[in-house]
Design a protein around this ligand. Sequence first.
Ligand SMILES: Cc1cc2nc3c(=O)[nH]c(=O)nc-3n(C[C@H](O)[C@H](O)[C@H](O)COP(=O)(O)O)c2cc1C
Length: 220
Amino acid sequence: MELLEGIETRRSSRAFKSTPIPRDVMEKILLTAGRSPSYTNTQPWEVAVVGGQKKDELSKAIFELAKAKAATSSDIPHPQSWPPELEQRFREHGARRLATIGVARDDTVGRENLRLSNFEFYGAPCVVFLFMDSTLSSWSIYDVGLFSQSLILAAHSFGIGSCLQASITNYPDAIRDFLGLPPTRKLIIGISLGYPDPEAVINTYRSTRITLDDFVQWYE
Ligand SMILES: Cc1cc2nc3c(=O)[nH]c(=O)nc-3n(C[C@H](O)[C@H](O)[C@H](O)COP(=O)(O)O)c2cc1C
């Protein structure tokens, strides 16, 4: 797959086939993501790859917390408010995604099921958690972001869909306990990975983008 085409055609998948990702393919994806640039080549990313029964057990643990609306404590706090233009984009995304799957705004059950499906990793056979040392600065979060984009693009080149999920970082202590990691490992993001289910309506959702004029100023 050509590079620009890969960047342009990647999109989040939110329903997957159960087909596992072969180990050699996952290794290639992770090695490729490891080529990402980082602040003074510090490569702060630490990756937990969770599949098979372990993935089901972890999903169950955090699904129960999410269902019970247990108090959340993301290592990176979620924004409490947005500048108006960003809030508009965020609301538009939410509304269009609900419309795609035929869930009305006042359908509290449908909306809750959509929220909870995050914690089932959207049925993906594999979920990857990215951590870094908790003493690192925001520059390292930036680096882990670059790693994330490389990872999902490399996955895409193998026909593997992905969904970055801040929502599944809501219960970092439960995830660390499950993985046997100490509190010094800061959870940055979770990424569900698998072969996209082409029949799933949710996978027909297409996000929009602002135009060049909306985000570029030329100085010449
Ligand atoms: C940091 C970050 C967190 C995200 N968290 C979630 C999430 O919790 N659940 C979800 O379904 N999608 C999540 N997404 C996916 C975004 O909604 C998606 O990337 C955006 O709407 C653009 O759509 P596209 O990926 O299909 O191009 C997240 C994306 C990023 C970059």
